[in-house]
Design a protein around this ligand. Structure first.
Ligand code: B1M
Length: 211
């Protein structure tokens, strides 16, 4: 098995220390940082994402895989920057105003990173203006809004409306998700996309920006 395949395999098993050591080994073997990212780390994370969608693995497995991904990235990130490898885009994510749930949103952030995005996480209880300001500041391609309560999901419309009323209209895509959110609700408030789970959110974000 090649070092890159070993990186993917160990990432799927959540072996953070091994992933870190294997990324170092791959660099010593002369592999390009972009190739290590795509064929090692992202390849492993994408398998985890697919298995998560099919309920073959659950939240804990995703969290430990994401931790292994972060361990590998800690070695790789400076090399990627030096090699001029750009993220596919910036995604600003947060939980909507009035809502304090963040476990699902954090998973979405990890999957987005796993799909090659730079993620700016605004945390919980985020008003529309906060999403907008951050999207401007970081030149975001995507805003991702999470809601877990039927009483707060309605606040997602404020984010969609604020983007539409701003100079970011048409440039920044708004995607939404969370347990009570549905495609019908997404259509009703005019968001650009809805994803039912974290792995689908990463696929959706790439689709929304044409990657
Ligand atoms: Co809360 N809570 N909670 N809670 N809580 C729920 C959501 C609830 C369904 C429990 C219940 O009654 N059965 C209920 C909501 C009812 C409703 O509105 N219909 C509820 C309630 C009522 C409340 C309080 C009002 C309770 C109270 O105080 N009386 C209160 C509200 C506080 C507030 O937000 N203002 C509250 C508080 C809390 C805690 C703080 C104690 C804690 C949150 C801790 C934290 O997040 N750091 C908590 C928890 C843990 C839950 C449950 C048990 C678990 C939520 C969770 O993390 N799920 C939840 C019951 C349940 O869901 N079984 C419940 C795991 C997570 C991985 O799933 O977040 O759905 P989820 O994310 C998924 C997808 O939805 C999707 O991807 C994720 C991974 O696949 N997804 C996205 C999420 N965001 C996305 C964004 C995307 C795309 C996909 O694009 C941007």
């Amino acid at each position: 098995m090649s070092t890159l395949q070993q990186i993917a395999e160990n990432l799927m098993k959540g072996k953070a220390n091994d992933v870190k050591a294997l990324v170092e080994k791959a660099l010593q073997e002369g592999e390009a940082p972009g190739k290590i990212l795509n064929q090692g780390l992202l390849a492993g994370m994408s398998v985890i994402g697919e298995r998560f969608k099919k309920n073959e693995v659950y939240v804990p497995e995703v969290l430990i895989a994401a931790r292994a991904m972060k361990a590998g990235m800690s070695v790789l990130q400076p090399k990627l920057v030096a090699a001029g490898v750009e993220p596919v885009g910036v995604a600003v994510i947060g939980t909507v105003k009035g809502d304090l749930h963040d476990i699902g949103k954090n998973l979405v952030g990890m999957m987005l990173e796993g799909a090659g995005f730079k993620v700016v996480d605004l945390g919980i209880d985020c008003a529309a203006e906060k999403f907008l300001q951050s999207a401007r500041e970081h030149k975001a391609a995507v805003i991702g809004v999470s809601a877990l309560l039927t009483t707060t999901m309605t606040n997602m419309k404020s984010v969609v409306d604020a983007v539409k009323a701003s100079e970011l209209a048409g440039k920044v895509k708004v995607m939404i998700g969370g347990a009570p959110v549905t495609q019908a609700f997404c259509d009703e408030i005019g968001a650009d996309g809805y994803a039912p789970d974290a792995a689908s959110a990463a696929d959706l974000a790439r689709r929304l920006i044409g990657r």
